[in-house]
Design a protein around this ligand. Structure first.
Ligand SMILES: Cc1cc2nc3c(=O)[nH]c(=O)nc-3n(C[C@H](O)[C@H](O)[C@H](O)COP(=O)(O)OP(=O)(O)OC[C@H]3O[C@@H](n4cnc5c(N)ncnc54)[C@H](O)[C@@H]3O)c2cc1C
Ligand code: SF4
Length: 453
């Protein structure tokens, strides 16, 4: 919960600057630009980009459809595999996925801009509300999906396509999970998260109930009793504690809370930010928190990571993006204490680190970076409460290759399982594939025993 002093304040920028700073990271392509870019594709047989995409979109086919001026056909090719193709086009780290694998990605050339082409096609379909899917004949089966993030909603959409009735139970008031509450504001302009959900719900057969929390409003046992199958797309509800003195000082908060507040603000000038911000962490959340602090008008933003650049979870592109927005990235600094005055953050005491015999160790040399705002982005954790009877592995829900948990009628996917990277596109793939597996079981085509003992 945010409870920050006036020193962390909003309104650091002129009103127009908010709009300018938080406009689209990559502006969309127009028809001509899309045609020119599509022409760069070699339409490879056995295209490596397809294998690199977790949802295995037929990329050469959709790019060929764009090159023949058939963007709606291209959108269908994308949605067939990934109903969140619009959001993924904006937020996928393409530089480590499809575009990294593109054969044109060489020292002399840049890869085909697959993400932007995907956006061109999906934006057109959504703008025209072109619907490609109808429901199969109703099966009379009811499936409960817990969590309305990309995993839960991708699962719900595929289940609805196959004729099942889906009830999505979501703890928050708005659906979308981190699409709505977590992704960077400059990647998700124009309320795209809610527009995309409205688009996919048009299929029918999906009811979303907000303000419904597993463990508070219902139990897993009750869902298993009342529904034919259950899918858990719970995401990661917790955050790691820093474990140093001063974490409770005013002005020190979790980066995910800061970002959620920013994403939900109707007026960005009301979002409080310090003048000197220190962000702790090296992943996507740390980069997003740092960049958005700077864009909100902080004078100085320093992102401190305890290891070197190669170990950072954030991709090279993201690190460069932060640097280009004026974020100062410092490596090999481990926080030892959040320092305060009168109950408020005034700085962070760091110890320099190095790798010795393959291990990260402190050098004993310390220093202080002055700060009035500290954002902790040192990783999220899965909240394992209220999951009685479910086997866990490495602190997340254990599943087999099809997302089947240790309970015969319960599946799971997205960040709450440990498979692949914690990304939007991976969550969509896992939700979709679990729905296909659930459908097989409900049709009596697969055994009810899970491979997870
Ligand atoms: C700050 C930040 C930036 C990110 N940026 C990117 C990016 O640029 N690109 C990218 O690909 N990925 C990014 N990610 C990762 C991506 O957002 C996640 O991998 C993805 O959203 C996971 O989807 P999910 O459906 O598993 O979980 P979530 O999106 O977390 O959704 C889970 C849903 O379950 C609900 N829920 C939780 N517990 C309960 C309960 N007990 N009862 C009912 N409902 C419950 C939650 O309220 C939530 O709506 C980012 C993550 C963060 C934190
Ligand atoms: S979903 Fe993401 S990884 Fe897959 S093709 Fe689209 S942008 Fe690339």
């Amino acid at each position: 919960m945010r409870n920050l002093e006036p020193a962390l304040k909003g309104g650091r920028l002129a009103p127009d600057d908010y709009h300018k700073n938080f406009s689209d990271l990559h502006p969309p392509m127009d028809r001509h630009e899309a045609a020119v870019e599509a022409d760069r594709c070699y339409f490879c047989y056995d295209a490596p980009c397809m294998t690199a995409c977790p949802t295995e979109i037929d990329i050469p086919l959709f790019i060929r459809q764009i090159s023949t001026d058939n963007p709606l056909g291209a959108a269908k090719t994308i949605f067939d595999q990934n109903i969140f193709g619009g959001m993924c086009a904006r937020v996928c780290p393409t530089e480590t996925l499809c575009e990294e694998a593109c054969v044109r990605n060489t020292a002399e050339e840049k890869p085909v801009e697959i993400g932007l082409l995907q956006r061109y096609a999906t934006d057109k379909a959504m703008a025209e509300n072109k619907q490609f899917y109808t429901r199969a004949a109703e099966t009379g089966k009811r499936v409960a999906v817990v969590g309305a993030g990309p995993a839960g909603l991708a699962c719900a959409h595929r289940l609805a396509m196959t004729g099942h009735d889906v009830i999505v139970l979501e703890a928050k008031e708005k659906p979308g999970g981190l699409n709505e509450y977590g992704l960077a504001a400059y990647k998700t302009v124009d309320d795209i998260a809610q527009k995309e959900i409205a688009y996919l719900l048009e299929i029918g057969g999906i009811e979303i109930r907000g303000g419904q929390m597993l463990g508070r409003d219902f139990t897993l046992d009750e869902l298993r009793r009342d529904y034919d199958a259950v899918f858990l797309g719970l995401g990661l509800g917790g955050v790691n504690a820093l474990g140093v003195a001063g974490e409770d000082l005013t002005g020190c908060e979790d980066a995910v809370d800061f970002i959620e507040n920013l994403r939900q603000a109707d007026d960005l000038s009301t979002v409080s930010v310090g003048s000197h911000v220190v962000v702790l962490g090296g992943g996507m959340t740390a980069i997003d928190a740092a960049v958005q602090s700077k864009l909100l008008g902080a004078d100085e933003v320093t992102l401190c990571y305890r290891r070197g650049p190669a170990a950072m979870g954030a991709s090279k592109f993201e690190q460069e993006l932060a640097a280009s927005r004026g974020v100062f990235i410092r490596h090999h600094l481990a926080p030892k204490e959040i320092i305060g005055e009168d109950g408020r953050v005034s700085g962070v005491l760091f110890e320099h680190t190095e790798i010795r015999d393959g291990k990260l160790v402190g050098t004993g040399q310390t220093g202080v970076i002055a700060a009035d705002h500290v954002l902790k982005a040192i990783g999220q954790t899965f909240t394992t409460d209220h999951l009685d009877g479910l086997k866990l592995v490495n602190g997340r829900i254990a599943v087999d290759a099809e997302g089947h948990t240790s309970l015969p009628d319960v599946w799971a996917g997205g960040d709450c399982i440990k498979r692949g990277e914690d990304l939007t596109v991976t969550s969509v793939q896992q939700g979709r594939d679990a729905a296909i597996a659930i459908n097989h079981v409900l049709a009596g085509e697969a055994p009810l025993a899970s491979a997870v003992a």
